[in-house]
Structure formats: structure tokens, C-alpha cells
Design a protein around this ligand. Structure first.
Ligand code: ADP
Ligand code: ZN
Ligand code: ZN
Length: 729
């Protein structure tokens, strides 16, 4: 029995005969070459069983050189496909060696290989040598870009980022300002993320709470695994506990995976891992090039690296004898994949740990209510350096003038600028302002396809839909009442940027959001720019509150701390709460006094009042009680189905039919909806929310119901997207 996976999205299990010569290699997990009509496609052996049907079977054409996928991961992919009602091939692809761009090739000696992905060849890297030799101002700017990137960049990236050409770089190399050298892609993933290897260092003596936490982890590791929560404020020394746990795993010959929400925001974590643990660390995230990914994958599979640091997908790294998975900032929404298969790395980690006897450490200052409720807890109650948590000042924005920056915030920034210090300012929304609004009649510019308010951007001045990308000019007069007073309403990050430049001209403003932080190395460059000496504001969306260890920050502020409360959904409270607590955690480390300012339109909201008092236990106990009272996860399981298509009536009919069928097929499950959703890219959408004690009570009948209707839905151009354990509902 074989499963075929290839670029064309085949998702079928087919039987093949295994020729005698291949019998030993064609084991479960082996990559094989399968004849399919005239083509040869890549497959994975998912089992060796007697054929499921009569008749002559086509023989396998070959086995691809390389190690088979570990059975543990094969099993994991199968479970994921069942649990999430996802295509098996899509799940398997997560555990296969990355093959993007690789092709099947038959070597002269008859064996098969998957060719290396493009980019594996040598590439040219520019390294800063002597910036003083950069002759002209333009060339000095190139040298500055290189310096800001840590001294080295692939030449192609440098050309793009500095807006220059290869010819200029060669000329600069001639002057001795920089060195151009071909480097194998090989080590680039690590150096690109963290620069050259840092000097080794040793651990500080752990305090009592850290010792207890590390002891509990090691004990669990020796007792066959498990999950635990490491609850500690930012700066309480959680990372030291992780490092000790990794060391203990190593002593036992076992590997570790460290998951972080966004690897570019945690360069310090990478260098701490490298300094403490030496070689043997691989990094893993979606921004790696296919060649880098293939290389890191090989290092892990060959045992050259036994510690993997990465984002969500690193949970699938083929670490041998996995002993430990750290999920840092476990509350972060990015652990759930927003596309098929909609897996949750935290849950996959727990599932994988069960199979390998590993320990999963969920670390956070603001854990999710379900984690708080379910897991044994280790607490780090104080900051490691003894500094106090900063006092949080809540500013009632209803009492302030127009504009996104309140008087107390402006004063605090002025004071920080005067002392040469830094600030971080969080604006939940991107863009210049929330929307364009007519003061005369209340008309709001909306996306005709998505039903959401358009966001006004400046430079260039335009309205944009953040759902579908549609762009429109800003109207001069209102299309409804022909009034000329179209006002910007709200506080996007670009609007805050303009206000900051006007109010605190003495501070450099570095904006980091989805638009400015796009592209390879962009985040690292923005952080380096912020870290330059002198007063500066790091302004951005949620991202800036995730930054691990920003230096000299004495002011931390949220311009619209309660913005998450404006979203419906059972997690909006905890999002607002954790935003405030996390933000406070970013300021005033290393003993500097800090000023934390939270601007809110609903200052009396529970998330705001408790967040500003760092009252984590009180907040989470309340959330758990609320979830219990409303029968929300973890006291029930949810499955959300979004039915969508271009043909409105067909979508409505399909959604009603699906809801009716599920009411019959899963009588013990609750079926809510269909509820209307915003149109998205012109498509009509309806949502069903299904609730039961365990998700299989929903997913098993749902799979049958959907299979029954698959052909009809396809004909009607209607899609049903299934999200098991949705994060928003
Ligand atoms: P967290 O991961 O909880 O934010 P870190 O592990 O980064 O905390 O610790 C915060 C700071 O305190 C770091 O600079 C770290 O080196 C230091 N630190 C942590 N534990 C100790 C300790 N036991 N003794 C001295 N310094 C410590
Ligand atoms: Zn109007
Ligand atoms: Zn749109």
C-alpha cells in the first residue's frame, strides 16, 4: 500500500507491487517512484499489506535514496489527517524532506534521487570589510545597510535592500570596503538568522524556583513524558529553565525542539542557545529558502543537529529520540495554522510527545485558560534580576482630545527622549487610520467584495481592503450626501507614526508591521535600526510585544489596548489581557525604571483593569469559570465549517443542507448556524459551529456527510472548509 504525493496534489493511496530487488528498501516511510500512466511520481510507502483489490499490480519503479520518514512521523501525519479532516498528502508533506522545486531524477547507474532544490549552488555573499573605504555617499549607504544587517548579506538581497547593483558591489569590493565571496547555502540559515557563532558561555546558578521547575521537567522526562506549564513573567528566567532542560535531555541522548511564535523576533534566543549548547542547533521556519530548508532538514535527520529552534512547523522536525518540546509564548495565536491542514503545533507537540515519551513545556507569562486549567504548573514568580514589574497607567481615551497619542503618553515620550532612552508603542491596527468616514452622514468606505471597512493608507494615499487587497482612491466628496468632509477615523500604525513624528520630533520612529517587516531579514534590520544608540520609538502591531529582549526600553505603550475587545469571539478578552501584560513585560528590564501606558476606550473592562495590575491568576481563574459556564473549550470541543462560493443561493442551500444533515447525523452535538459571514473576495460565506464533548463526535459524522455531498458541492462550486478546534468562534 502506497500513498502518492506529488506536486499535482494527488491524494490517494494506491497499491503497487514491490519488485524483489526493492523489497528491503521499500519499507514504510520510504520515498518511492511510482509509475502513474506515463508519468513517474513521488510516493511514500504508508504500509506493506496484501493488496486491497484483485488483478495485476504495477511494480514500483524505484526507491529514492535517503532515509525513510520515521514511523513516528508517518503515524503523526495520519492522525492529523483524521483529526482535521485534511488530505493525507498535505499532512504527509509536513513530515517529508522538503522537496519544493526538487524533481525526480534517474541517475546513470539506475538509482533515483530527488534533485536538490534551486539555490543550493553557491551564492555570492557580501561581508563588510572596511566601511571607511566606501568612497561616495551612495556607497556609504550600501555599507550602512550591510552593517545594519549584522555585517553580511547575500549579494542579491543587499542589491535589493540598498537599491544598488552588482556592479557597485564589485566596485566596492575593489575598494576594499567589502568582500564578496561565494558561500555554500549550507550554513546560511543559521548565520542569516543569528550571525556568526557567539562565544560560549555557561549557565548562571539557577534560583530556587528555576531549580524546582527544571527538576520537574527532568523528572517527567525520566518518567515517560507529559505536559507542563511554566508560568513566569517576562524576565523571570524561563529561558534558563528551557536551556537546563535541553541540557538534561542531551545528557540522556535525547533531542529537543524549541518552538517560538516568530523566529526573526528572537535573535537573542538563538544566540543564547548557540552560546550555551554549542553546535548541533538547527533552525526551521517558513522564511527559509528551499535549499536552506533541505540543508537544515538533512542536519537534523542525520543527527548532526539535536536541537531545533523554529516556528510552528518545526514541531515536525525529524529529531531522533525526541525528549523535550518547548513551546515558548504558548498563548500565541500563530501556533495554529491558518490553512489546511489547520493543525495546532501545541496539540501536535503533545501528541508527538505521547508517542516518544517526551515532555512538552508550555511557557508563558499569560497562558491560555485551557493550559492554565489542564496542566500541572511550575511558577517563576519574580524577575530574575529582582526588578519590580512596572506600574501600568491606564488612560481613558474618551477624556482625551482627538488623535491617537494621549497627553500622558506624549509627556512620557518627551521625558524618555530627553534622557536618550527608547520606547515601544503598540498599535493593533496597520495603516494610516481605521477608515474613511463622512462626518455629514456617517457613510464609511467599504470593500464592495468583502463588506469590511477599507483602511486608509498614506504614501501613497489610498484606501485598501486588508482582506482581498482591493485598492481605491480616497474620495474627495461623500458618495452618499456629497458632503466634502471625509475624515479619517481611528488609529492605525501609520497614523500613529505621523502623530509621533509631530509630537516627539526628537525620537527616531522605526515602524514594524506587516508592511514594513516583509521580506527576508527585514525584521532583523528594523530591530538593529531600533537598537542604534539614541532615543527611538519602535512602533508596530502585536509583533513588537513579542520581541524578546529589547534594550533600554523605558516606555511601553498601547495606543488602543482594548481593540481586541471589539472582535466577537471567545478569545477576545484573553487577547486584550495578554497584550497588556506582555507589553508591560517588555519594558524596564535590567532594573531601569519603566513607564507603561495603556490607552483604552473601555478602561473599566476586566481585561484592562486586571491586565494593568498583572493579575494573571485572577484573570485566568475567571476565564476558566466563564468558559465552563458557557460550555466553551476545554469544557467542550468546537468544529467550525465555513461554506463558501461565488453562487450565493447555492451557498445558502448547501449550508442549510449541511446543518440539517449534521443535526441528524450527530444528534448529541450542538449545531449552531448557518450564520452569515462577511463576504470575502466576492464570495458568499456561511458558518456552522458544531459543539460536542469530544471532537470525534463531530468529525466522524461530518466526514461522512461531506463525503456524501462532495460531488454535488463541487458541481455547485461550493467549498466547505473545516476547522477543528477553531481559535476564533
Ligand atoms: P524569560 O525567558 O522568562 O523572559 P530569561 O531567561 O530571558 O527570562 O531571563 C531574564 C534575564 O535574567 C536574562 O538576562 C537572564 O540571563 C537572567 N537570568 C535568568 N536566570 C538567572 C539566574 N538564575 N541568575 C542570574 N541571572 C539570571
Ligand atoms: Zn456623507
Ligand atoms: Zn475586499
Amino acid at each position: 500500500m502506497l500513498l502518492l504525493v506529488d506536486a499535482r496534489g494527488l491524494d490517494r493511496i494506491l497499491d503497487y507491487a514491490v519488485p524483489d530487488g526493492l523489497s528491503e528498501e521499500a519499507v514504510p516511510g520510504a520515498l518511492v517512484v511510482c509509475p502513474l500512466g506515463p508519468r513517474r511520481v513521488l510516493g511514500v510507502v504508508v504500509g506493506r499489506e496484501p493488496p486491497t483489490h484483485e488483478g495485476r499490480l504495477a511494480p514500483l519503479a524505484g526507491v529514492v535514496e535517503g532515509r525513510p520518514v520515521p514511523e513516528e512521523l508517518l503515524e503523526l501525519a495520519g492522525w492529523m489527517a483524521r483529526y482535521h479532516l485534511a488530505p493525507v498528502a498535505a499532512c504527509l508533506r509536513l513530515v517529508l524532506p522538503p522537496g519544493d522545486g526538487g524533481r525526480l531524477r534517474r541517475r546513470d547507474d539506475g538509482t533515483w534521487e530527488v534533485t536538490a532544490p534551486p539555490g543550493t549552488r553557491e551564492r555570492l555573499v557580501a561581508r563588510l570589510a572596511d566601511p571607511a573605504r566606501a568612497g561616495t555617499a551612495r556607497r556609504r549607504a550600501v555599507a550602512d545597510t550591510l552593517a545594519a544587517a549584522g555585517g553580511a548579506l547575500p549579494a542579491a538581497d543587499l542589491c535589493r535592500d540598498a537599491g544598488t547593483t552588482m556592479a557597485t558591489l564589485r566596485a566596492m569590493a575593489g575598494e576594499g570596503a567589502l568582500v564578496l565571496a561565494g558561500e555554500r547555502q549550507a550554513s546560511d540559515a543559521l548565520t542569516a538568522a543569528g550571525g556568526p557563532a557567539p562565544a560560549p558561555n555557561s549557565a548562571p546558578p539557577l534560583n530556587d524556583e528555576q531549580t524546582a521547575a527544571a527538576g520537574a521537567i527532568t523528572e517527567a522526562m525520566d518518567a515517560g513524558g507529559g505536559n507542563l506549564l511554566l508560568h513566569g513573567v517576562t524576565g523571570s528566567g524561563k529561558t534558563e529553565v528551557y536551556l537546563e532542560a535541553i541540557r538534561q535531555a542531551r545528557l540522556r541522548g535525547r533531542g529537543s525542539i524549541v518552538l517560538v511564535p516568530e523566529i526573526a523576533l528572537t535573535p537573542q534566543l538563538l544566540s543564547r542557545l548557540r552560546a550555551r549548547l554549542g553546535p548541533g542547533i538547527a533552525i526551521w521556519h517558513s522564511a527559509l529558502s528551499p535549499a536552506e530548508r533541505a540543508h537544515e532538514h538533512r542536519r537534523v535527520r542525520d543527527g548532526e543537529a539535536d536541537v531545533v529552534l523554529g516556528a510552528r512547523s518545526a514541531v515536525f522536525a525529524p529529531v531522533a529520540d525526541l525528549g523535550l518540546v518547548v513551546v515558548d509564548e504558548e498563548h500565541d495565536p500563530s501556533y495554529k495554522q491558518d490553512g489546511a491542514p489547520r493543525y495546532d503545533a501545541r496539540q501536535v507537540a503533545a501528541r508527538r510527545a505521547r508517542a516518544t515519551g517526551a515532555v512538552v513545556v508550555h511557557g508563558s507569562a499569560t497562558p491560555r485558560p485551557e493550559t492554565w486549567h489542564a496542566l500541572p504548573r511550575q511558577t517563576l514568580s519574580r524577575r530574575a534580576d529582582g526588578s519590580a514589574l512596572p506600574r501600568v497607567e491606564v488612560v481613558d481615551m474618551r477624556m482625551q482630545g482627538a488623535g491617537p497619542v494621549s497627553r500622558p503618553l506624549a509627556r512620557a515620550l518627551h521625558a524618555a527622549a530627553g534622557r536618550g532612552e527608547k520606547a515601544i508603542v503598540l498599535a493593533s491596527r496597520r495603516g494610516f487610520s481605521l477608515m474613511a468616514l463622512c462626518r455629514g452622514c456617517g457613510w464609511i468606505a467599504r470593500c464592495p467584495d468583502c463588506d469590511v471597512a477599507l483602511v486608509q493608507h498614506e504614501r501613497p494615499r489610498r484606501l485598501a481592503c486588508h482582506h482581498c487587497g482591493l485598492e481605491r482612491p480616497v474620495p474627495g466628496v461623500c458618495p452618499e450626501c456629497h458632503g466634502a468632509e471625509i475624515a479619517r477615523q481611528g488609529t492605525g500604525s501609520q497614523g500613529v507614526e505621523a502623530a509621533l513624528r509631530r509630537l516627539v520630533p526628537g525620537m527616531r520612529v522605526v515602524r514594524m508591521d506587516g508592511s514594513s517587516a516583509r521580506g527576508r531579514g527585514a525584521v532583523a534590520r528594523l530591530l538593529a535600526e531600533f537598537a542604534r544608540p539614541g532615543p527611538a520609538v519602535l512602533l508596530g502591531t502585536q509583533m513588537v510585544a513579542k520581541g524578546h529582549d529589547l534594550p533600554d526600553v523605558t516606555v511601553a505603550a498601547a495606543v488602543d489596548a482594548d481593540a481586541p475587545l471589539q472582535h466577537a469571539g471567545f478569545r477576545s478578552e484573553e487577547r486584550a489581557f495578554s497584550l497588556i501584560v506582555q507589553l508591560a513585560g517588555r519594558a524596564g528590564r535590567r532594573g531601569e525604571p519603566a513607564h507603561v501606558i495603556v490607552q483604552a476606550y473601555e478602561p473599566a473592562a476586566r481585561a484592562v483593569t486586571l491586565g494593568s495590575r498583572h493579575a494573571v491568576a485572577e484573570f485566568l481563574d475567571g476565564e476558566v469559570a466563564r468558559r465552563r459556564a458557557h460550555d466553551l473549550p476545554p469544557f467542550s470541543r468546537l468544529v467550525r465549517v465555513v461554506v463558501e462560493g461565488d453562487d450565493g443561493p447555492a451557498v445558502l442551500a448547501a449550508a442549510d443542507d449541511l446543518a440539517g444533515a449534521m443535526r441528524l447525523a450527530a444528534p448529541r452535538a450542538g449545531v449552531l448556524g448557518p450564520a452569515p459571514l462577511h463576504r470575502l473576495r466576492g464570495r458568499t460565506r456561511r458558518a456552522l459551529l458544531l459543539r460536542a464533548g469530544v471532537s470525534s463526535e463531530i468529525t466522524a459524522p461530518l466526514r461522512a456527510v461531506l463525503d456524501d455531498r462532495a460531488a454535488g458541492l463541487r458541481r455547485a462550486g461550493v467549498r466547505a472548509v473545516v476547522d477543528v478546534d477553531p481559535q476564533e468562534a
